[in-house]
Design a protein around this ligand. Structure first.
Ligand SMILES: Cc1cc2nc3c(=O)[nH]c(=O)nc-3n(C[C@H](O)[C@H](O)[C@H](O)COP(=O)(O)OP(=O)(O)OC[C@H]3O[C@@H](n4cnc5c(N)ncnc54)[C@H](O)[C@@H]3O)c2cc1C
Length: 366
């Protein structure tokens, strides 16, 4: 039976980030992935690297992680594009909230500035008339997550990691993990299986939150920034069974990626025409010209969502030598690199750069 210092189960953006860092730290690593590398939630994501200000702990993790993403700013595979995030206010009340948002972001080290309506239209002429203004976070970027996951796994492999692709972990054992071909691996285990987490760790609750995205043909120069409505966090982090929010991204190819929807309690991958229409109408209300563009593809994906909206990152208190990094909901691309650092520092007994307490899985067991 093969023995390792760390067996990473799941090769999404989170698992591959952890595997790559563990290898850099000199650990003997195995990665087990049952499907395509980066083919889970990671393949469905928009790839927006963004700091949200509504939860201080997640903001700290995002800020930390955004700094680590700079390492990939010029990597061709990452398709990193520093388009900035432009948050748009439709209502006076939303615009009035900008000062407090800027202050919260600044306290965490993220620079943002208020945008008056005239500048808003200079920056994005395609926006609908009558918007109040907004907030610009100029340093933020977008990436192409599945290719980054592949790249990270490639780095891990070059550093000596064993990759067991097409192999499913079917259970944790006292000293490692059992695979679907009857074999076992020995060593500490990191469960990074996203939505599938309860299959291996049933006591950690996880819900899947379905999302739709649309990508258009190439229309270079129509949209310049990642655009979101200022009310986005209410949709993203609220508990409503279904919601949509204006969220539009210019891809480096000139294509335009249009989101986003959120639904609990829907397990099938089918595109819902009703939800799609609702999402698109929201986008058209902010950028009317989108209505004229040709869509190329529509897809759905599932965000791994914990009971309190924060990912589980750390040791599984009730099982020796078992770690978890899962449940990043709609911010897993942004926070993957910070998650890896936070986790591996804990594993190696080092003081992490940010407080790990809000993310410890033990909170789900109380
Ligand atoms: C529509 C949508 C838009 C999003 N947009 C953004 C965004 O703009 N910015 C952002 O930061 N985040 C975004 N996200 C969130 C982000 O995609 C996720 O948080 C992130 O991809 C989670 O990564 P993961 O590695 O934990 O999970 P996954 O990518 O799902 O990876 C888990 C892997 O584990 C494997 N696996 C599961 N069980 C087993 C097993 N038993 N044995 C072996 N392998 C197993 C799966 O095959 C899978 O490959 C979005 C998500 C969606 C759905």
């Amino acid at each position: 039976m093969a023995a390792f210092d760390l067996i990473v189960i799941g090769a999404g953006i989170v698992g591959t980030a952890c595997a790559e860092l563990a290898v850099r730290e000199g650990l003997r690593v195995a990665v087990v992935e049952s499907g395509a590398v980066g083919g889970g939630a990671t393949a469905a994501a928009m790839g927006h690297l963004v700091a949200m200000d509504d939860d201080p702990a997640e903001l700290a993790l995002s800020r930390y992680s955004l700094g680590l993403w700079e390492r990939f700013a010029s990597l061709p595979e990452a398709e990193f594009s520093r388009c900035g995030t432009l948050w748009v206010a439709r209502e006076d009340s939303e615009f009035a909230s900008v000062a407090a948002k800027i202050a919260r972001l600044a306290a965490a080290g993220v620079q943002a500035r208020r945008i008056e309506a005239d500048e808003l239209y200079r920056l994005e002429p395609a926006l609908a008339a009558g918007l109040r203004g907004g907030m610009l976070v100029a340093d933020e970027a977008v990436v192409y997550p599945p290719r980054v996951a592949l790249h990270l796994l490639g780095l891990a492999r070059e550093g000596g990691a064993s990759c067991l692709l097409g192999r499913r972990a079917i259970g944790l054992s006292a000293d490692g993990v059992r695979l679907d071909d009857g074999s076992s691996l020995i060593g500490p285990v990191l469960v990074a299986t996203g939505c599938a987490l309860p299959e291996l760790l049933p006591r950690l609750p996880m819900r899947s939150r379905k999302g739709h995205l649309v990508i258009t043909e190439r229309y270079p120069g129509r949209v310049h920034h990642q655009l979101l409505e200022l009310g986005y966090a209410d949709s993203a982090h609220g508990d409503a069974d279904s919601s949509v929010a204006f969220n539009v991204q210019p891809r480096p190819t000139g294509q335009i990626l249009i989101g986003s929807s959120r639904e609990f309690g829907v397990d099938d991958r089918d595109v819902s025409p009703a939800m799609l229409r609702r999402m698109l109408e929201r986008a058209f209300a902010f950028v009317p010209m989108l209505r004229e563009l040709q869509a190329l593809r529509v897809w759905t994906g599932f965000r791994p969502t914990t009971f309190d909206g924060r990912p589980y990152i750390g040791a599984v208190a009730e099982r020796a030598h078992t770690w978890v990094a899962a449940g990043h909901e709609g911010l897993g691309v942004t926070t993957a690199l910070g998650t890896a650092r936070l986790l591996i520092d804990q594993m190696l007994g080092r003081a992490p750069a940010i407080d790990p307490a809000p993310f410890l899985p033990a909170r789900a067991l109380q």
